[in-house]
Design a protein around this ligand. Structure first.
Ligand SMILES: CC(=O)N[C@H]1[C@@H](OP(=O)(O)OP(=O)(O)OC[C@H]2O[C@@H](n3ccc(=O)[nH]c3=O)[C@H](O)[C@@H]2O)O[C@H](CO)[C@@H](O)[C@@H]1O
Length: 381
């Protein structure tokens, strides 16, 4: 059998796997390349069903060793196992995505073994190392270790240029989350069997570390007040496995007739639920990208976002943790029809669903030593 160029993709969390699947599947179709997918074990229950749903089969699955808790334990554990895997497999490129511990460990293990790192979703910044923490730190560190940087938007590209990364190492691709969400929607979506979906509903997700404690309590109280005074709407809250957040949300939001708490949903259930939502209230990064592509307005429950393009375009509004602002943003959506339509129809800035193809084509050019044309418009998002 002819030897092809080996590329290793590392994913550890639900969003990373969702966002790397389009790259992996596209690479699989390229004869000059053999992609290998490694799951690092960072998320367990959330990624269980995902490979099948996303039509990917991981070649490697790292084990979560006992006693490796917290970010440091996670990093040590992944680094130790990846170092061995890289030596045995000998890939020519390692692909990491976004800003998780798995992405940082993947980049670090490759970089220290002198294997070029390709960063998908490069150039996102809040410029506040504490928000989101530790993701902002991780993305900045990965940019320093990366050789090739795939940016979702021109703004992300401009950011990396300002950080002295050479223009020849940066490519504009769009975000692979848009490929994933459009693909999932086109594949006979499974309508969620819930009474709640027969009325207009606002979908809520909340899980970030920065919102825990007092901020989270403030947000859920504002939400409960709003739900009590808007009986014509349902509020569907999908819970994250984090037990502290789960307990708090159940305690403060349970027992209110038009609020429905659901366990974390499989991606094929979640995508149609997003599409049919009247609006979304969320602190998630990926949802800020996906919902605008589905024409659904998002109120972002953070005071800073690394996805400012969505705010500038008008599809995202930042409400922070201020109960009055959350209340007023929700009221505007419900009571001001023009504002609602403007948000639904604002241009979605994170790509058109071609990022997986663009990235895989570039990676093939890179590993096969082809000359990479500058400003190649045939590969623009
Ligand atoms: C704020 C922030 O720093 N977030 C980072 C975080 O993800 P992020 O904040 O996006 O992580 P989430 O856990 O919200 O996951 C979002 C993904 O999960 C899906 N979903 C959500 C709820 C549910 O019940 N079921 C379901 O399938 C959504 O459609 C979306 O595709 O890691 C990502 C991957 O590196 C990065 O791109 C993000 O920048």
């Amino acid at each position: 059998m002819q030897e092809t160029h080996r590329i290793l993709l590392c994913a550890g969390t639900r969003p990373e796997l969702i966002k790397l699947a389009p790259v992996y599947r596209n690479l699989r179709d390229r004869p000059a390349v053999t992609p290998f997918l490694c799951l690092t074990g960072q998320h367990d229950s959330l990624v269980q069903n995902l490979p099948r749903v996303l039509d990917v089969t991981p070649e490697f699955v790292l084990t979560r060793e006992a006693g490796t808790s917290g970010q440091l334990g996670l990093l040590q554990n992944i680094l130790r196992q990846l170092a061995i895997l890289l030596e045995q497999l000998g890939p020519e490129l390692v692909v990491v995505q976004g800003d998780t511990a798995s992405a940082l460990a993947g980049a670090m293990a490759a970089c220290l073994q002198d294997i070029p790192v390709c960063h998908v979703e490069a150039g996102l910044r809040t410029r506040d190392l504490l928000s989101p923490f530790p993701e902002e730190l991780y993305r900045q560190l990965i940019s320093r270790m990366g050789t090739w940087h795939f940016c979702p938007t021109p703004e992300n590209r401009a950011t990396l240029l300002r950080e002295d990364i050479s223009s020849g190492q940066i490519f504009l691709s769009g975000n692979t989350s848009i490929d994933a969400v459009l693909d999932m929607l086109s594949r006979s979506p499974r309508p969620l069997e819930t009474k709640a979906v027969s009325r207009p509903y606002i979908l809520v997700t909340l899980h970030r570390r920065e919102v825990q404690g007092e901020k989270l309590i403030t947000i859920v109280r504002a939400l409960r007040n709003f739900a009590e005074s808007h009986a014509g709407y349902d509020f569907i809250v999908t819970l994250h496995p984090n037990p502290a957040i789960r307990r708090l949300l159940s305690h403060h939001l349970g027992g209110q007739g038009n609020i429905r708490l659901l366990p974390p949903l499989d991606y094929p259930d979640f995508v149609p639920l997003m599409k049919k939502a009247f609006a979304i209230l969320s602190d998630s990064g990926g949802i800020q990208e996906e919902a605008p592509a589905l024409d659904v307005p998002v109120i972002v429950l953070r005071d800073k976002t690394e996805r400012q393009e969505g705010v500038a375009s008008g599809c995202l509004r930042l409400a922070g943790y201020d109960p009055e602002k959350i209340f007023s943003e929700l009221s505007l959506l419900i009571h001001d029809r023009d504002h609602y339509i403007d948000m639904c129809t604002a241009p979605a800035p994170f790509g058109e669903g071609r990022a997986g193809r663009i990235i895989s084509a570039r990676l093939e050019q890179i590993v096969t030593g082809q000359k990479i044309p500058h400003d190649d418009s045939s590969l623009s998002p």
